[in-house]
Design a protein around this ligand. Structure first.
Ligand code: NAD
Ligand code: UDP
Length: 318
């Protein structure tokens, strides 16, 4: 049994990770400031004597004794990370510094959740880990992109200077149950819109691409990376099957059987035109590749959002 800290543990990816780690017999500490995380994401874990929750902000240091740290704390949706850009920068940089300081003091292994956004609007396609990216350092996404780039820099600096045992993964668009209904990210937006019969909001002409990874595959990749003794990273984690945003909209409409139409909205500034992970490294060193196809992942997500939306309606009637 290991004692494992998950920062951002009440969020979308973090809550699934806590569940998996607890299920494998570990002692799990979830640390979260509940900005985009929710207690309901982890309430089912509360009964376990091996699960603890700390309301804390990673921009402040924390004193704990742990064996492993997954540093996930940071809003991931553009809407949320642009809400308070300065806070997003602090979360990424001071959060990484504080968690690295903790890892150094107690000799813990630390995994940093980085992002495909470090590649910015990529000119190399698909993206390989050795590509340095094409990010705008002063645009509206910079608080997140540059924050994560600096978090990666800090990881490697602590590794070289202090011998901290680091792991860096670059996560590509991940989706599934427990995303917020008003999260602002494309998969949750489209599903919620389709289920409510509202127009599907496609930004731009919908020709931009993303590659969508189902949450269970992502969690498996994170755990494999943490427990791998060979590489520090960075390692891309994501599903290499690439779709246009318009294709995603059509799939969601079909799978929900919705009568929703499509409403085209302006493309946000610096929105990457294409994104697809090259996962050769993950396949080779982690023996990992996603198993869940987009249609299956969407079906599971639709079921989840449908229950949440109908549950809210029932609560209003009661
Ligand atoms: P999320 O917004 O659901 O979860 C983030 C969690 O971090 C939330 O519980 C939030 O309350 C918490 N948090 C935010 N700021 C904090 C702070 N200062 N102190 C403590 N807790 C804080 O997002 P997610 O999709 O679960 O993403 C988790 C991590 O994975 C993030 O670091 C994100 O950058 C990274 N990531 C996610 C994706 C994706 O597609 N989901 C893609 C790339 C990278
Ligand atoms: N998008 C869209 N409609 C929405 C939300 C997002 O067309 O309601 C587009 C967005 O412009 C981007 C893609 O979907 O091109 C993925 O957006 P998301 O916010 O999920 O993540 P990103 O990969 O941009 O960080």
């Amino acid at each position: 049994m290991k004692r494992i800290l998950v920062t951002g543990g009440a969020g979308f990816i973090g809550s699934h990770l806590c569940e998996r780690l607890l299920g494998e017999g570990n002692d799990v500490i979830c640390l979260d400031n509940f900005f985009t995380g929710r207690k309901v994401n982890i309430s089912h874990l509360m009964e376990s004597p091996f699960f603890e929750v700390i309301r804390h902000d990673v921009i402040e240091p924390v004193l704990l004794e742990v064996d492993q740290i997954y540093n996930l704390a940071c809003p991931a949706s553009p809407v949320h990370y642009q809400f308070n850009p300065v806070k997003t920068i602090k979360t990424n940089i001071m959060g990484a510094l504080n968690m690295l300081g903790l890892a150094k003091r107690v000799g813990a292994r630390i995994l940093q959740a980085s992002t495909s956004e470090v590649y910015g609007n990529p000119l190399v396609h698909p993206q390989t880990e050795d590509y340095w990216g094409n990010a705008n350092p002063i645009g509206p996404r910079a608080c997140y992109d540059e924050g994560k780039r600096c978090a990666e820099t800090l990881m490697f600096a602590y590794h070289r200077q202090n011998g901290v045992d680091i792991k860096v993964v670059r996560i590509f668009n991940t989706y599934g149950p427990r995303m917020l209904e008003n999260d602002g990210r494309v998969v949750s937006n489209f599903i919620v819109q389709a289920l409510k019969g509202s127009d599907i909001t496609v930004y731009g002409d919908g020709s931009q691409t993303r590659s969508f990874c189902y949450i269970d595959d992502m969690v498996d990749g994170l755990v494999r990376m943490m427990n791998n003794d060979e590489v520090s990273g960075p390692v891309n984690l994501g599903n290499p099957c690439e779709f246009t945003v318009k294709e995603l909209a059509d799939k969601v409409v079909k799978l929900t059987g919705s009568a929703s139409g499509i409403s085209y909205k302006p493309l946000p500034q610096d929105d990457p035109e294409q994104r697809q992970p090259d996962i050769t490294t993950a396949k080779k060193v982690l023996g990992w590749e996603p198993a869940i196809k987009l249609e299956e992942g969407l079906r599971r997500s639709i079921e989840y959002f449908s229950k949440r939306i109908n549950g809210a309606k029932d609560a209003c009637k009661a």
